[in-house]
Design a protein around this ligand. Sequence first.
Ligand code: NAD
Ligand code: UD1
Length: 348
Amino acid sequence: MKNILVTGGMGFIGSHTVIALIEAGFNVIILDNLCNSEITTLKQIEKISGHYPEFYFANLMHKASIEAVFMQQEIHGVIHFAALKAVGESVDKPLSYYQNNLVGTLNLCQVMQEFNVFNLVFSSSATVYGDKNPIPYKEDMPLSATSPYGQSKVMIEQMLQDLHLSEPRWNISLLRYFNPIGAHSSGLLGENPKGIPNNLMPYIAQVATGQRQALGIFGNDYNTPDGTGIRDYIHVMDLANGHLKALAQLASQNSANQTNRNKTSVEAYNLGAGHGYSVLEVVKAFENATGVHIPFKKLARRAGDIAAFYADTHKANKVLDWQVERGLTQMCSDTWRWQLNLSKRANS
Ligand code: NAD
Ligand code: UD1
């Protein structure tokens, strides 16, 4: 499996995974409509990897644009990141989220089937565990969702299960990401949310540069040791490596399939660190890693948040032979190096 199509490869997780793929010797073809990313990311990828990946400016809503890519390229496998991902926005615009995430995936799978490409790695999310399961979350727990965004991931997982039942050549990894943060260690690539950040680490980084006055901590009366929410943070480059491991697993199932039928599968894997940190612990870690003070104020709980969740990672550790290598300190220092570069670029 040499030629990999990466949908959403210009985005936060996709671009870091593109670096990991290039470094591992894959030919990468990116498809993205830039609705939440910048064309300049291609140059950053080239600076880091020495390779300018092939890029198609295309929208998954248009099936013919996907077909055009498959006609021009011999594709062996697909990593499908492209989606809309803002939970709050999905509550306000459910139709846009269902349309983009579901129809985009439908179109992609139809084209893959037309061109006999059956290897797929799908970006799912810890959000599919809903708010009723006990922690740590395990892959075989029942799925549910508390937002249209989350529901779109639950529905796509179901659709991919049905697809494999109908055609056993489909070979699919459902990667359930926990909380990806951090940036490439070069400081050249990272997360650059548009507008006011919704998520914790990008907000802290903007407080650190003085773009925002203080972090608002959503809730300090949770049933956790310090009263603030606990999440399973994972460095984006560890997450990127998880995709390489998932591709390797699909490839080994394909070769096993040639001698012994029905080796292909749809398997879900949790990609997280396997333990959680509270909001206050993340703030402290950022201050210690960077030497920058982060003022904060305590606010009411954010609607829809739960007290704590983290992953049971045994399946990914064992089956994919994958583990995280980077800790919270590196997540903070890499974020800070990237944020400083971003601010420099904005001021020049
Ligand atoms: P991102 O917004 O940075 O990247 C998504 C990319 O997909 C963007 O470059 C966007 O332009 C592109 N895109 C969206 N719709 C498209 C379409 N119709 N056609 C072509 N391109 C399209 O998001 P990310 O943080 O890199 O997330 C990647 C994937 O991982 C998403 O599927 C997301 O739901 C999932 N995920 C993300 C997180 C997280 O915290 N970042 C957590 C769990 C799961
Ligand atoms: C978010 C998404 C979730 C996705 C997950 C993975 C929302 C509501 N949920 O969840 O679907 O799977 O990312 O990336 O966006 N916090 C503050 N102040 C802030 C921002 C956050 O105190 O300004 C707290 C939150 O209450 C939470 C923790 O920090 O306790 C992490 O928040 P966030 O980064 O938004 O991630 P999730 O809530 O886990």
